[in-house]
Write a protein that binds this ligand. Structure first.
Ligand code: ATP
Length: 364
């Protein structure tokens, strides 16, 4: 919706009109609809992950959130080296259960996997060729694609070759290492006006803590059987290289149940994920193992939606609920002792009424 709003705000307004009309007729208490900002998408994804993991209530070390969508991607985490001052635009302050958090978050519009695929194809079709041999697609893959459709997105529209035909033939050659080079071209790491950056001149503090990677991170790595991050990064790359080198016919025969569009793109998407994590966000062979590819936490989907709802309904209090001074057993003991003391005092207060024992003189 953020992209559509840039590209065609009239179309985006019409989507909201239709959504609003439909939800007004539903039994839900519809309060309105709006486009979520990238910063909100990142921050609410982080809230979801940490709420479901029970880390906020207990004030434990938090988990960073990595979200990969079709159009954008978000990274959000707490870093001791970040107080928000170096790049206020990347800072979101929360007070949850009595703890203050200064969250670093950034949303990269156009860096979701579908838009990055467009950028990678744009990179390979700059001269407007009739066909390209793409290392990110399997050997034997061949499809006629339309230039107008490919460049019909604000992420690439300014790069449309002027002297192109209507269509080009997109063929694959299945080479992970060459694909990595193509994918690297979407990251600009040449400029940084801060102490440190991820890419495209965006500030990023030192990575810290465990990370949960969800949405398309999970869909892709799960298909590739690469969700186990205790496997060394080098072995992960080798496994992906074998997948990319598998001919398209073999891939289709092995996975007849999977949508062809998804199937054809796993080599590209896997390469993009590894390149984004290492070249983009600066994860190393060591810190790669701190990432967990997740779909659900305790039965709930990881994603921004739950975090948004928790925030909207004030379900996460800013202050910790009052904790009793004593545990239950302590209260029972204190009440019992007080009751015994009161009882003893009561008995003593009746002393004047106690019968006097008359002492008779002893007769010798
Ligand atoms: N099983 C799957 N295998 C591969 N890709 C998938 C699968 N299921 C969904 N996807 C793709 O994963 C991407 C992320 O999906 P999701 O619905 O989380 O994001 P989105 O809402 O499109 O993201 P954005 O926030 O960028 O708009 C989309 O491109 C979607 O087409």
């Amino acid at each position: 919706m953020r992209l559509l709003n840039i590209e065609n705000s009239g179309a985006s307004d019409r989507v909201f009109q239709a959504v609003s009309e439909s939800l007004q007729k539903s039994p839900f208490s519809f309060q309105g609809a709006r486009i979520l900002s990238g910063q909100e998408e990142g921050a609410f994804g982080w809230v979801t992950v940490n709420y479901l993991d029970d880390r906020l209530k207990q004030g434990l070390e938090t988990t960073g959130a990595l979200d990969l969508g079709g159009a954008s991607t978000q990274i959000s985490f707490i870093s001791d080296s970040f107080d928000g001052s170096e790049s206020p635009a990347n800072s979101v302050a929360f007070r949850l259960y009595g703890n203050d958090y200064n969250l670093y978050t950034h949303s990269f519009l156009c860096y979701g996997k579908d838009q990055v695929l467009r950028m990678a194809l744009a990179h390979q079709t700059q001269s407007g060729p009739e066909s390209i041999l793409d290392p990110c697609f399997h050997n034997g893959y061949s499809k006629i694609k339309n230039y107008t459709e490919l460049y019909n997105s604000p992420c690439v529209s300014d790069r449309k070759p002027t002297s192109a035909n209507q269509v080009f033939t997109h063929t694959g050659k299945g080479n992970f290492y060459q694909c990595q080079e193509v994918v690297k071209s979407v990251f600009d790491v040449s400029k940084c006006k801060y102490s440190q950056c991820s890419f495209n001149g965006i500030f990023q503090p030192i990575l810290q803590g465990p990370f949960g990677a969800f949405s398309a991170y999970y869909f892709v790595m799960n298909f590739l059987n690469l969700t186990d991050t205790s496997v060394p990064l080098q072995s992960v790359k080798e496994a992906l290289a074998r997948h990319c080198a598998t001919p398209w016919d073999t891939i289709k025969k092995q996975h007849p149940e999977i949508k062809e569009k998804y199937l054809s793109e796993y080599c590209f998407s896997g390469t993009y994920i590894l390149t984004l994590l290492t070249e983009g966000y600066n994860f190393t062979a060591e810190s790669y193992s701190s990432i967990k590819f997740i779909k659900k936490i305790k039965g709930s989907d990881a994603g921004w939606t739950l975090g948004y709802m928790l925030n909207l309904t004030n379900m996460i209090p800013a202050e910790a609920p009052d904790t009793p001074l004593l545990p239950h057993a302590g209260y029972v003991s204190v009440v019992t002792i007080i009751a015994l003391v009161l009882f003893a005092l009561f008995i003593l207060s009746l002393r004047p009424l106690w019968p006097r024992c008359s002492q008779k003189p002893e007769i010798v």
